[in-house]
Design a binder for this molecule. Sequence first.
Ligand SMILES: *[C@@H]1O[C@H](CO)[C@@H](O)[C@H](O)[C@H]1NC(C)=O
Ligand SMILES: *[C@@H]1O[C@H](CO)[C@@H](O)[C@H](O)[C@H]1NC(C)=O
Ligand SMILES: *[C@@H]1O[C@H](CO)[C@@H](O)[C@H](O)[C@H]1NC(C)=O
Ligand SMILES: *[C@@H]1O[C@H](CO)[C@@H](O)[C@H](O)[C@H]1NC(C)=O
Ligand SMILES: *[C@@H]1O[C@H](CO)[C@@H](O)[C@H](O)[C@H]1NC(C)=O
Ligand SMILES: *[C@@H]1O[C@H](CO)[C@@H](O)[C@H](O)[C@H]1NC(C)=O
Ligand SMILES: *[C@@H]1O[C@H](CO)[C@@H](O)[C@H](O)[C@H]1NC(C)=O
Ligand SMILES: *[C@@H]1O[C@H](CO)[C@@H](O)[C@H](O)[C@H]1NC(C)=O
Ligand SMILES: *[C@@H]1O[C@H](CO)[C@@H](O)[C@H](O)[C@H]1NC(C)=O
Ligand SMILES: *[C@@H]1O[C@H](CO)[C@@H](O)[C@H](O)[C@H]1NC(C)=O
Ligand SMILES: *[C@@H]1O[C@H](CO)[C@@H](O)[C@H](O)[C@H]1NC(C)=O
Ligand SMILES: *[C@@H]1O[C@H](CO)[C@@H](O)[C@H](O)[C@H]1NC(C)=O
Length: 560
Amino acid sequence: MLTVLLSILMFSQGLSMDSRGTSFITAFPENIAVYYKKTVNLLKITTLHPNTTVNVTYMANGTVNTTECIKNGTILTVYWNKNVEEYQFVSSNKSFRITSDKNVTVLSVSGWEGRFQSHVVQPEQHLGTVYQVPALNYTKIAASFSLVMTSVRFLPFRLMIINAVDRNNSVTIEQVDERGQSQADRITLDPYKLFQIEINGTVREIKASEKVAVLLTHPCFDRIDCSCNMVVNQLKPPVFDKIPATFLVPSYFNAKQLLVTTNQSCSVCLYSNCISVQNSTDIVPLFGNIINTSSLISTTVHVSLRLISPGLILDLIPTSMFSGCYLLGFSSPSSSSRALVIANTSSTNGVRINDQPLNSNIRWSVMNGSEYSWALVEAQKIGTIWHPTSKIGVYMIERLDFDSIYGSPAMAINMDPDGNGCLVTPEIFVLGKDEMSWFMSRKYCLENAYQLARIVANNTVNKVVLNMTLQKPTEGWIGLRRGLYTTDWYWKNEDNFPSTVNFTYWQRGQPEKPEKGLCASVSLDPRKEFKWQSAPCCSKKKPVCYGTTKYLTYSDTVKL
Ligand SMILES: *[C@@H]1O[C@H](CO)[C@@H](O)[C@H](O)[C@H]1NC(C)=O
Ligand SMILES: *[C@@H]1O[C@H](CO)[C@@H](O)[C@H](O)[C@H]1NC(C)=O
Ligand SMILES: *[C@@H]1O[C@H](CO)[C@@H](O)[C@H](O)[C@H]1NC(C)=O
Ligand SMILES: *[C@@H]1O[C@H](CO)[C@@H](O)[C@H](O)[C@H]1NC(C)=O
Ligand SMILES: *[C@@H]1O[C@H](CO)[C@@H](O)[C@H](O)[C@H]1NC(C)=O
Ligand SMILES: *[C@@H]1O[C@H](CO)[C@@H](O)[C@H](O)[C@H]1NC(C)=O
Ligand SMILES: *[C@@H]1O[C@H](CO)[C@@H](O)[C@H](O)[C@H]1NC(C)=O
Ligand SMILES: *[C@@H]1O[C@H](CO)[C@@H](O)[C@H](O)[C@H]1NC(C)=O
Ligand SMILES: *[C@@H]1O[C@H](CO)[C@@H](O)[C@H](O)[C@H]1NC(C)=O
Ligand SMILES: *[C@@H]1O[C@H](CO)[C@@H](O)[C@H](O)[C@H]1NC(C)=O
Ligand SMILES: *[C@@H]1O[C@H](CO)[C@@H](O)[C@H](O)[C@H]1NC(C)=O
Ligand SMILES: *[C@@H]1O[C@H](CO)[C@@H](O)[C@H](O)[C@H]1NC(C)=O
C-alpha cells in the first residue's frame, strides 16, 4: 500500500507544469564574467489574486522587500545589481526567497546590454530531493558547433544547488568517471544556502535529504564566432513512470543537439527512427538533419529532453504537459520578443491572447506526422495565451542579436482549458458555522468575500453537496428569494449574473404559499437529497456561501 501511495505521489508531483505557488527559492548565476559590471538581475513577480502580500528576501544580508499588491495581475519587478551573482564554487548565502500569502508566479531575468535570459522559477511544491543531471561536457558540445572560440570560454557547465528548507540539508553529488568508477561527495547546506559546482559530464545525480532547487548554468555559452551568452535552466525532478511521451520540435528552434536525461533505459525516436538510451543521461546525436524541418520525437518512458544549440539550452514541453493557459512575461518587450505557440491543427483559431483572438495574419505551420501546428505570435509586455477547449504548448522566445534566440517554456497558470480564460480560482461553496437569519447570512457571506449560494444548474447541486456532506445534517440559506410585491422567485446576486430562475430543485410539495416564507433554504441532509424548501426569512439557518470562479484577464494591451 505504501509503495503504491509513494509512486502516486511522485507521479503526480513530476507531472504538473503549473507555475503558481506561494514559496520560491532561486539565485542569480554569473552572467558572462565577474568583471562585466553592466549586468542587471531582476525578479518579475505576477500576482494572480487581489490583495496579495509578497516578500522578497535576499538571504546574504537579510534585506526583505515586502510589497502589498491591491490588484490581481500586477507585476512587481525587483532589481538587483551585479553583486548578487554568485561566481564562486563555495557555499554561499546569495539566494533569494520569494514568499506570498496567495499564489503568484516568478520569472528570473538576467540581462547584459540588451540581451535577456529568463527562466520560470519553479514553486517549492515542484522541487525534489533527487535530480538527474544532464551529462554535459562543454568541450565536446562547444566543439560540435564548429565556431571560432576563444580559449577563455572553455569553462565547464555549473550546477547551483540551493537548499529550499529552513533546516540543514545533506546533499550527495554522485559522479561516474570515464572509467565507469563512481564516487560520491557529500556536502551539508545550511538553511537556504547554496553551493555551486562545476560539471564536465561526470556528475550524474544529486540526492538531498530535503528539497533543493538545482540550476544548470553556464556564464558564457558560445553562440556565434567570438560571442557568447549566459544560459540558465532549472532542473526538474525525474518522473517515475513508464508512460510514453511525445515532444514537438518546431524548426524555429534550430536544434544542434538533443540531450536526454532519464533514470531508466528507453528508446528515443525521431518518427520511426529509434535509438536506445541507457539509464543515465546522454547526448543523442540528432538523427540526420532536423534543423530545417519540424520534428516529432517520441520516447518509451517519461524523460527530460533538452535542445542544445549555440547560446541556448531549451527544455521541451511534452504534449502530456501542455496546459490550457500560460502567462507571458517579457523582460524587453520589443520586436524581439515572441511567443511560440503549439496547438492542435484543427483548433488553432481558438487560441487567444489576453481577451482577443490572435491576429489573423499569424502563419501556422503544420508539424508533419502530428496533429499539431506551431506559430510565432508577436508578444506583448505581459499577457496570457490560452485556449478555451484544448491544451497548448507555449514558449517565451527572445531574439538576441545575430539571429540567435533564447527561450524557455512560458508560465503555466492552469493545466485545464476553460472557456472563459485563465482560471485562477474555481467556484467554491462554504458553509457558515452559526445559524442566523437570511439577511444576516447574506451579510456574513459578503463579509467573507463570498455571496449567498447560487445554484443554477444540476451540476452545481453536486458541487454544493460535495462540500456539505461532511457537516452535520442541517439546513442552509441560499441566495434564492421572492420579490415582496410580485412574489416571483429570483436570485439575489451580488455580481451582474442574471437573476432569472431557470433551474429549481424543490422538495416535493415545495415551495409553499408566499405567506409561509419569502426565502429559500437547502436541506443539508443526504436523505433529503439536498433539495430546497421555502422558509420565513427570519428563521435561523446556516449560510451557504458561494465564491464565483475568478480569472486572470488582461484586456488587449498596447504593443510596446
Ligand atoms: C495555487 O496553485 C496551485 C498550483 O500550483 C493550485 O493547486 C492551488 O489550488 C492554488 N491555490 C489557490 C488558493 O488558488
Ligand atoms: C483588498 O483590501 C482592501 C483594503 O484592505 C479592501 O478594501 C478590498 O475589499 C480588498 N479586496 C478584496 C478583493 O479582498
Ligand atoms: C543587501 O545587498 C543588496 C545587493 O547587494 C544591496 O542592494 C542592499 O543595499 C543590501 N542591504 C543591506 C541592508 O546591506
Ligand atoms: C520593493 O519592490 C518594489 C517593487 O518593485 C519597489 O517599488 C520598491 O522600491 C522596493 N523596495 C525596496 C526597499 O527595495
Ligand atoms: C513577510 O515578512 C514579514 C516579516 O518581515 C512576515 O511577518 C510576513 O508573514 C511575511 N509574509 C509572507 C507572505 O511571507
Ligand atoms: C569531454 O570531451 C572532451 C572532448 O571530446 C574529452 O577529451 C574529455 O575527456 C571529455 N570529458 C569527460 C569528463 O568525459
Ligand atoms: C571532471 O570533474 C570532476 C569533478 O569536478 C573531476 O574529478 C574530473 O577530473 C574532471 N574530469 C575532466 C576530464 O576534466
Ligand atoms: C543504471 O543501471 C545500472 C544497471 O542496470 C545500475 O547499476 C545503475 O545504478 C543505474 N544507474 C542509475 C543512475 O540509475
Ligand atoms: C469547501 O469548503 C472549504 C472551507 O470549508 C473551502 O476551502 C473549499 O474550497 C470548499 N471546496 C469546494 C469544492 O467548494
Ligand atoms: C443531474 O442530471 C443527471 C442526468 O440528467 C441525473 O442523473 C442526476 O441525478 C442529476 N443530479 C441532480 C443532483 O439532480
Ligand atoms: C434563463 O433563461 C432566459 C430565457 O431563456 C435567459 O434569457 C436567461 O439568460 C437564462 N438565465 C440564466 C441564468 O441562464
Ligand atoms: C482580477 O480579478 C477580477 C475578478 O475575478 C477580474 O474581473 C479581473 O479581470 C482580474 N484582473 C486581471 C488583470 O486579471
